[in-house]
Structures are given as structure tokens and as C-alpha cells.
Design a protein around this ligand. Structure first.
Ligand SMILES: [Fe+2]
Length: 373
């Protein structure tokens, strides 16, 4: 048995409730362990923790526009590598043609978030359509291909040597956030049955290397399937966010899929806190145990001044961050009633490395974006 060394204390001027009714003129910073679940302290500062005049070194936050930089390719595992560690690999993949070969990932589950595009997905389990805003989760070992009806851009998140699961909804009950009945599975329909037969190739990825297997027939030839394992589809529009009008909830309440040592959260439009004393933008924090990645899909990201859809930000663990000055000021006026952002966040327990795809399109001025203009 191991216990945290925890014993709540209060020193000096504080609020009685985190993220609400801060002492006048102060900026609250959270130091915390285990994402937003472990012991934490709130420190009330006289200056914003992001009010630096210079920030030099490898801890600096990163922003990059991989969607603009990536080239279309029919092979998903040759997309632009953005960030990776031993448990998680994040890439940006563009596909504009009907994929001529099937794909199978022997390295782990593949979660795809469709940023742009629409079309058909064919796999061992049948056929599904897809469109912008869909998550497509392909279990490890599944053969699949996309047939885009429009050029398609995908954020691809591999659970390397692992599996995706659903988060524990705790006191919210099993049907909160989204009902499992909203998850769609493929069908063995006429579109599936009328696929081209004849010679087909399957590309299998194992330990990052591709093996090509040729069949004299189409291996997507199932006449039936049964069991409790299947690809699933979920659109962000089927997510019903958890919110409080009196308390700024931590991003962990937006958890959508949980893998080994990382979590995928979805930010969807939600009401902004209306209580006069409640913080209306994210609190300053460093998420001291997790690297944070956010892919901006649509809308006006409410805590950032200068981020466009298709961009990605990377905040390494230990980097203290919070709302940009303009967003902080707008939040303080209470003028906005709803957020309209849609974004995918990946929080990784182990340090992520920047890949070539991210380095090729980095906005190196991002660290300066917290400076007051
Ligand atoms: Fe954060």
C-alpha cells in the first residue's frame, strides 16, 4: 500500500473553493499530481504565471500547422508524424484517393478523428460511412480501408501495444457524456457485398515496419460476425458535455477514450460558467505529470488568441500555462455564454517527442503569444 503525503493546509489569503471567488487581484495557479485527480495546491499570485518576458529552452510550448504541411498519401502509417512515445503515436494523415490496399495495424488500436472529408470505410466487420467530426476506432488486427468521396484529413492516434477503453463515468452514471448505444458498428450491407473481388494486398504494420501480403481474392469477404469486439464510430455531435454553472471543471471530464498511459478528451460547445465568482477560462496550471496535446478541429478556441482550426499545440509537463491575456480579459467580463470550440486533446503520462511532421510546420513564436500586446 502507498499513500500520498497529503494533509490540507491553508496559508495566507486564499479562496475556500478552487477556481472561484479568488482573493481580489490574484491569479490562481494549480500545482497538481496525477492529472487532475491527485493531491493539488492552489497558489494565489499577484502576477499572472504566464507573464514572462523571455522563455528559452526545451520546455517551451510548441504549436504547429501539420494540416497545412502534410501531403496526401494512400497509406495511413506514412502520414506526417507529429508526436510519439512508447505508448502513443500521433500523426496527421491526408488521403484523397480510394485506398488501393487494405491496412492492418499489429502494433495497437488505431483511433482516427476525421478533421475534413467524407466517404466509406470497409473493414473485416462490414461497411460504414464516415464524415467530418467522426472518431473511427479500429481494434488492433482489423483489416480496413477508406474510400473517400471527398479529400479526407485524419488525426491518427495509435495506442501502441495497447487498447482503447471507455472512461469510468463515476457519479455521473453510465449514460453520461455519450450513451454507448450512440457508438455505431459496421454492417454487412449491399455496399460491402459489392466490393471488387480479385487480387488484393494487405499492408500490415508491426514494430513500425510494413509487411505486404497478397491474396488472389478480397479478404473482406465476411458473411457474418459475432462477439464483443468491433470497430466503432462516434461523432463529436453525439457527445453531451458535462458542465457546471458555478465551477470550471477540469478537462478530465471531457475524457472520451482511455488507453494505457494516455487519454483522449473531446472539447465540444458548452455553456460558460455564469456564477459571478466562478473562473470562466481554464485556471493556470502545469499538469505536472502529463504532456498535453490539443488538435483544434473547429470554432473559436476560447482560451487562445491565435490558434486556427487544423493547428496543434503541445504543452510539455511542467510548462505553466493558462488563458492568453485577451481570452482572460474577455472571460472576466462574462460576455460570452457558450464556447463554440471543437478540439481533441491527448494527455500523455510519458514525455512525447516531436516528429518531423510537427517540426516542419512549427510556429516558433507561440511561446510569445502570452505576452501582453
Ligand atoms: Fe493544460
Amino acid at each position: 500500500m502507498r499513500n500520498w503525503i497529503e494533509f490540507p493546509r491553508t496559508e495566507g489569503k486564499t479562496s475556500r473553493q478552487a477556481h472561484a471567488d479568488l482573493p481580489a487581484g490574484t491569479y490562481e495557479r494549480e500545482i497538481g499530481r496525477d492529472g487532475f485527480f491527485g493531491p493539488a495546491a492552489h497558489i494565489y499570485h499577484r502576477h499572472p504565471p504566464t507573464g514572462w518576458t523571455s522563455f528559452d529552452g526545451p520546455l517551451r510550448p510548441r504549436a504547429f500547422d501539420a494540416v497545412a504541411a502534410a501531403q496526401p498519401v494512400a497509406e495511413p502509417f506514412r502520414g506526417a508524424q507529429l508526436l510519439s512515445n512508447a505508448f502513443c503515436r500521433i500523426a496527421l494523415w491526408k488521403v484523397e484517393v480510394v485506398m488501393p490496399r487494405l491496412q492492418r495495424n499489429a502494433d495497437g488500436d488505431v483511433l482516427m478523428f476525421v478533421h475534413v472529408g467524407e466517404g466509406d470505410l470497409f473493414c473485416d466487420f462490414g461497411h460504414m460511412t464516415y464524415r467530418e467530426g467522426d472518431y473511427l476506432l479500429m481494434p488492433r488486427g482489423t483489416m480496413w480501408r477508406l474510400a473517400p468521396a471527398a479529400p479526407t484529413t485524419v488525426l491518427l492516434i495509435e495506442a501502441t501495444n495497447g487498447a482503447y477503453r471507455l472512461p469510468d463515468r463515476g457519479v455521473l452514471g453510465p449514460h453520461a457524456f455519450f450513451d454507448s448505444a450512440a457508438l455505431e458498428t459496421p454492417r454487412l450491407d449491399d455496399t460491402f457485398r459489392t466490393q471488387r473481388d480479385g487480387e488484393w494486398q494487405v499492408q500490415v504494420k508491426r514494430r513500425g515496419q510494413i509487411t505486404t501480403i497478397t491474396y488472389p481474392f478480397n479478404p473482406l469477404d465476411a458473411v457474418g460476425w459475432k462477439g464483443n469486439l468491433a470497430p466503432v464510430k462516434l461523432n463529436w455531435r453525439d457527445i453531451r458535455p458535462v458542465a457546471s454553472h458555478r465551477y470550471h471543471l477540469p478537462p478530465s471530464v471531457h475524457s472520451t477514450f482511455v488507453a494505457d498511459r494516455f487519454v483522449v478528451c473531446t472539447f465540444v460547445p458548452r455553456p460558460i460558467e455564469s456564477d459571478p465568482g466562478a473562473l470562466k477560462v481554464p485556471f493556470f496550471h502545469a499538469n505536472d505529470d502529463f504532456d498535453e496535446v490539443i488538435f483544434y478541429h473547429a470554432g473559436d478556441f476560447f482560451s487562445r488568441d491565435n490558434i486556427r482550426p487544423g493547428m496543434t499545440t503541445f504543452h510539455p509537463a511542467g510548462f505553466t500555462h493558462g488563458p492568453h491575456p485577451k481570452a482572460f480579459a474577455t472571460g472576466a467580463t462574462g460576455a460570452r455564454a457558450m464556447t463554440d470550440e471543437v478540439a481533441v486533446m491527448i494527455d500523455a503520462r510519458d514525455a512525447l517527442d516531436m516528429g518531423e511532421g510537427a517540426l516542419s510546420c512549427e510556429d516558433v513564436s507561440y511561446v510569445d503569444s502570452w505576452k501582453k500586446k
